[in-house]
Design a protein around this ligand. Structure first.
Ligand SMILES: C[S@@+](CC[C@H](N)C(=O)[O-])C[C@H]1O[C@@H](n2cnc3c(N)ncnc32)[C@H](O)[C@@H]1O
Length: 249
């Protein structure tokens, strides 16, 4: 645990509700951490990639007041985002669109900021490094010059996979095994640099383990028998981590 106070996220005290609506470690703490690092400000045009039902999107709109376009190509995500935006009273700050990266069709230089957490690693899992790179190229394209990209992803340390977790991380289906979705911070930074980004900051999140442990406890799928909680517990922070990159176009 670090000194991170999470002044905004700590107002949302029902962590069962938070993790029911956020799909990954960190919940709203992750979003506050990223938004502060990205210096999100009122009135900016922000693209949120991979909103799911949009709890983090609504939190960004409510607490930081940018104008957000939230995109998610799967299922009912955009309908749920629109419904949540009304429930949170932030419908004037959010538009949801059922598209995904890299095929967004936004004009070049449309956004001041791009936020994406716990999403692009799935594209690596489904479409490999080439697909991941295409997604990052699209982020670069739609940002204004000087615009900022905040990327937060489950990652792994550059160490051998502990044998206790090997079967689990090589066989899961989220939509591909974790070993095909997650990579190291260094490899992620290399992709962003090669696409043209200037790296402002790239680290393991100081609270990565706390975020994973909260996810293990409060996400009902993770906590269920045979769920992610078992591997998080067995790993004990040796292989699994959560990395972030703040980068400028
Ligand atoms: C694990 S959820 C993360 C949701 C939210 N950002 C969070 O951290 O709680 C990942 C989301 O990415 C969406 N997704 C899948 N492919 C995508 C793509 N090509 N572009 C944008 N989003 C995508 C999925 O539909 C899913 O809702």
């Amino acid at each position: 645990m670090t000194n991170t106070n999470y002044n905004k996220a700590s107002k949302y005290t029902d962590l069962h509700l938070v993790y029911k609506n956020c799909s990954g470690p960190g919940g709203l703490k992750l979003t506050e951490f990223m938004a502060d690092k990205m210096k999100v400000e009122e009135g900016e045009k922000l693209l949120d990639i991979g909103t799911n039902s949009g709890y983090q999107t609504c939190f960004l709109a409510k607490e930081y007041k940018p104008f957000i376009i939230g995109i998610d190509p799967w299922g009912e995500a955009v309908d749920e985002l629109t419904e949540n935006a009304k429930n949170w009273g932030v419908q004037g700050n959010i538009i949801g669109l059922k598209v995904g990266v890299p095929d967004t069709n936004f004009a070049e230089g449309s956004f001041d900021k791009v936020y994406s957490t716990t999403t692009l690693e799935m594209i690596r899992g489904m479409h490999g490094e080439k697909g991941y790179r295409k997604a990052i190229e699209e982020v670069y394209r739609v940002l204004k010059p000087g615009g900022v990209f905040g990327l937060g992803e489950p990652m792994h340390r550059d160490v051998e996979i502990p044998k206790e977790i090997l079967p689990y991380v090589t066989k899961g289906d989220m939509p591909a095994p974790w070993t095909e979705c997650f990579t190291t911070l260094e490899a992620t930074v290399d992709v962003l640099k090669s696409v043209g980004f200037t790296i402002i900051e790239a680290e393991e999140a100081p609270d990565a383990q706390l975020w994973w442990e909260e996810f293990a406890k409060y996400d009902s799928h993770a906590a269920a028998k045979g769920g992610d909680a078992e591997v998080i517990e067995k790993d004990k922070g040796r292989w699994l981590t959560f990395g972030y990159v703040i980068a400028e176009k």
